[in-house]
Design a protein around this ligand. Structure first.
Ligand code: NAD
Ligand code: MG
Length: 393
């Protein structure tokens, strides 16, 4: 029977790639909800093609525009707007699976709703897990649904872990370490004294992956890998010291698991998000993802190196926040979101991004992240502190 899918963030890079896989399998998947922030035209096209029951935009004026466009074309799609409507798209659309692909903390509430209601959650929105990992994992457990990581590294690790691992992460099953690979982004070799000149366009031009702007900047600073270490910590339940980062500029090995007996299992593939998306959609089956086969003889070589923490201070900040635990990752994530937005849209110099994050992390006391109220309030305070610090510069 066809599985019913809700896509949160359908107009973004992950959302569009998800629809590309779904388009090739009309007998397997039915799209029942699509959501976007502000991209009315793209969402309108998607609604005409996929005929969801519910479509959501952030603002009421945009929703009115979409509604009149759809009505004029005889579409039955119900158009809603605002943060609560994102939750409605999960709980009222009759979906079995939710692709959580909104960028940033804005995706937390609908992702939590999907977790609580026992859906299969395809998690791309790593910020949701970083800001509230304990709560999110508890919600998944209470809901009883399946959590499939879509982030390519975590999807790779999921594929390399034993099948039983997801059911009993406490039992080590011979797993010693997880190795998250990282391309090192566009500035891996840029002389350090030129980093202060970097523009948003340069930061968004990733050598191997085409992604949304926020994650592209995070990849350039390597904050992305830091967020991914925290994401892996929650997803796989291993101690932090067993989660390692390895620079691998070719982005062919998407991550690895080292076992006690000396075996290292790796997942290889093209740097194309349709592979992990198709894996999450079809698991435990495998379906065609529209991805070109990997040709290893055409690759000159695969290389590996330790990350340079002086070049990538955001990675150290993320390690420190992960180690501190509690609300520290919530603060890290919030300050980073504000700093990246200021770099992209308000002229904050590139090298000030880690400075903003460090300042806010050191200014805010770490407390236990044991309730949603605390998490949301710390997130709001950290955003405010980051804004104030940026204005003071
Ligand atoms: P993107 O910017 O291309 O798309 C983001 C989507 O979220 C869009 O549909 C946008 O309209 C929507 N959105 C943004 N702000 C919103 C708000 N306030 N309220 C409601 N909707 C909002 O981003 P992306 O590259 O697709 O990344 C999405 C998520 O997936 C991120 O968390 C990112 O870290 C993660 N991810 C992306 C990739 C990738 O290759 N793009 C890889 C791994 C993980
Ligand atoms: Mg990734």
């Amino acid at each position: 029977m066809s599985k019913r899918l809700a896509i949160l963030g359908s107009t973004g890079s992950i959302g569009v790639n998800t629809l590309d896989v779904v388009r090739a399998h009309p007998d397997r998947y039915t799209v029942v909800a699509l959501t976007a922030g502000k991209q009315v035209d793209r969402l309108a096209e998607q609604c005409i093609e996929f005929k969801p029951a519910i479509a959501v935009l952030s603002e009421s004026a945009d929703a009115a525009q979409l509604e009149s466009f759809l009505r004029a074309r005889g579409s039955q799609t119900q158009v809603l707007y605002g943060p609560d409507a994102l939750v409605t798209a999960v709980t009222e659309s009759g979906c079995d699976m939710v692709m959580a692909a909104i960028v940033g903390a804005a995706g937390l509430m609908p992702a939590l709703a999907a977790a609580k209601s026992g859906k299969r959650v395809l998690l791309a929105n790593k910020e949701a897990l970083v800001m509230s990992g304990a709560l999110f994992m508890q919600a998944m457990k209470a809901g009883g649904g399946e959590l499939l990581p879509i982030d390519s590294e975590h999807n790779a690790i999921f594929q390399c872990l034993p099948n039983q691992f997801a059911k009993s992460p406490q039992a080590s099953l011979g797993v010693e370490e997880l190795w998250l690979t990282a391309s090192g982004g566009p500035f891996r070799n840029t002389p350090i004294d030129q980093l202060d000149q970097i523009t948003p366009e340069q930061a968004c031009a990733h050598p191997n992956w085409v992604m949304g702007r926020k994650i592209s900047v995070d990849s350039a600073t390597m904050m992305n890998k830091g967020l991914e270490v925290i994401e892996a910590f929650w997803l796989f339940g291993l101690p932090l010291e067993k989660i390692k980062v390895l620079i691998h500029p070719q982005s062919v090995i998407h991550s690895m698991v080292r076992y006690r007996d000396g075996s290292v299992l790796a997942q290889l593939g093209q740097p194309d998000m349709r592979t992990p998306i198709a894996y999450g959609l079809a698991w435990p089956d495998r379906i065609d993802a529209g991805v070109a086969p990997l040709n290893l003889t055409q690759l000159a070589h695969l290389s590996f190196a330790e990350p340079d923490l002086e070049r990538f201070p955001c990675l150290s900040l993320a390690f420190a926040a992960a180690k501190a635990g509690g609300t520290a990752p919530t603060v890290l994530n919030a300050a980073n979101e504000i700093a990246v937005a200021a770099f992209l849209d308000a002229g904050l110099p590139y090298l000030k991004i880690p400075q903003v994050v460090e300042e806010v992390l050191s200014a805010m006391a770490v407390v236990g992240a044991d309730s949603l109220e605390t998490t949301l309030s710390v997130d709001a305070q950290a955003r405010k502190a980051a804004q104030e610090y940026i204005h003071s510069l």
